[in-house]
Design a protein around this ligand. Structure first.
Ligand SMILES: Cc1cc2nc3c(=O)[nH]c(=O)nc-3n(C[C@H](O)[C@H](O)[C@H](O)COP(=O)(O)O)c2cc1C
Length: 406
């Protein structure tokens, strides 16, 4: 399979792009954990599993959070939840995102995670727990979970409190959206409550749940949260290249950045981010050959973790992101999405034009979710009250088993 040849005259891009100016931002301290650079891989369901985290971590320091894991599944010993909560043998810090809609589940799952070692897969205890209060998926918000949950401020506080207490020395953070929609913003209150209850940082995806991924993230909300609370704020939304991270820190005063879609197919973005935060010139972006090597390595890691069937199925969602902007032709993309052995991956990638330069126009090209705004699905009467009713009635069990994030 050969790629379209690069024009003979195409120069290899000189990407010694000096960052605007390295901001005066120090390491991020989450309890006893020191994170440098102050960069967090955003939890992404179905993406930030141990193989992907390992590939990203190879490029730079930072904090690399797992995909979202349901507390209920962990408590019930669900094998899939345990797999999602597993880490690479050398992974440090072991960071996990927990989704809970019930304080007891949150506490029980946290105790299991902190203790660790409950199965071969779980390994030693986690070193950081992030709580998901940002998911806008209907199957979650329909039951009052995810981004809907902070509206019921007592239930929200109970979950955060239960988690922080159960975690002991292990730092806990929360990840919020701005609220359900523009008329139901919760982030300032939810941030204050979490800070009072002892979380070590608050991450804000600067969109409402209704906005999904449609409009640009509203970084002014990040600045407002920085003004409102005393614990570090981690800004999230629309960091596509390293300069965005510096700009976000400089314009909002946030103490670190959370990077989601920008690193899809581009684990090397973390290397750029570290260089930028250290005031160094950015390294050149990878050529197609180097990207193909990363794609192959990703495949190897997935197969080693999950076996060829599941591993290569997982790879499919990544191939388009890796090859975005490279003129490799539809046939190669299609063939890569049908492979069932590593040898085939290798054979297909061997045909690419290794010297083909990275297309600079692709740096800001959206990837991953681009879902437009959509009204948030909520339980009947959810918005009528800010409290969760007598005794904090539990949400329906389906809500506890949500699997998608966002
Ligand atoms: C495929 C995908 C899955 C996601 N899953 C989760 C999740 O499980 N938990 C969560 O808090 N956010 C999740 N998100 C949201 C991201 O963590 C992040 O907040 C969002 O993508 C905005 O950041 P970005 O503009 O850098 O992408 C997901 C996003 C994507 C694209």
């Amino acid at each position: 399979m050969s790629a379209s040849p690069a024009p003979a005259t195409a120069p290899r891009p000189i990407a010694a792009v000096a960052p605007a100016a390295a901001p005066a931002v120090g390491a991020l301290h989450l309890g006893g954990l020191e994170v440098w650079p102050p960069v967090v891989l955003a939890p992404m369901a179905g993406v930030t599993n141990a193989p992907f985290r390992s590939l990203c971590r190879r490029h730079a320091g930072g904090l690399y959070v797992s995909e979202m894991v349901g507390a209920r599944g962990l408590v019930e010993g669900n094998a899939n939840s345990q797999l999602k909560a597993s880490f690479g043998p050398d992974e440090h810090p072991r960071s996990i995102q927990l989704y809970a809609i019930d304080p007891k589940d949150a506490a029980d799952a946290t105790r299991l995670l902190v203790r660790g070692g409950s199965s071969e897969q779980t390994g030693p205890g986690v070193e950081h727990i992030d709580l998901n209060f940002g998911c806008p998926a209907p199957k979650v918000t329909r039951h009052g979970g995810g981004a809907a949950l902070p509206w019921h401020r007592d239930l929200y506080a109970d979950i955060v409190d239960a988690t922080v207490r159960a975690a002991g020395e292990v730092p806990v953070t929360v990840k919020l959206r701005m609220g359900i929609d523009d008329a139901h913003l919760t982030y300032l209150e939810a941030g204050r409550v979490a800070a009072d209850l002892g979380v070590q940082a608050v991450a804000l995806h600067a969109r409402t749940a209704e906005q999904r991924y449609g409009p640009p993230a509203d970084w002014s909300a990040i600045a407002a949260l920085v003004d409102a609370i005393d614990v570090p704020v981690l800004g999230n939304g629309d960091i596509w290249e390293a300069a965005d991270a510096l700009r976000m820190v400089a314009t909002t005063g946030c103490r670190g950045v959370v990077v989601g879609r920008g690193c899809l197919g581009r684990p090397w973005l973390f290397r750029d981010l570290q260089a930028a935060f250290e005031g160094r010139p950015l390294p050149p972006p990878p050529t197609l050959g180097e990207v193909a090597d990363l794609l192959r390595e990703h495949a190897e890691l997935l197969v080693a973790a999950y076996g060829p069937v599941t591993g290569l199925r997982d790879l499919r969602k990544h191939t388009g992101w890796y090859l975005q902007g490279f003129p490799v032709g539809g046939a190669l993309r299609k063939a890569l999405n049908q492979v069932d052995t590593l040898a085939e991956v290798e054979r297909l990638l061997a045909g690419v034009d290794r010297d083909r330069p990275f297309d600079e126009a692709m740096r800001r090209q959206p990837r991953g979710h681009t879902t437009p705004p959509k009204r948030v699905t909520l339980p009947s009467g959810w918005l009528d009250s800010r409290t969760h009713g007598p005794g904090g009635a539990a949400l329906p069990a389906e809500a506890a088993e949500a699997v998608s994030g966002g």
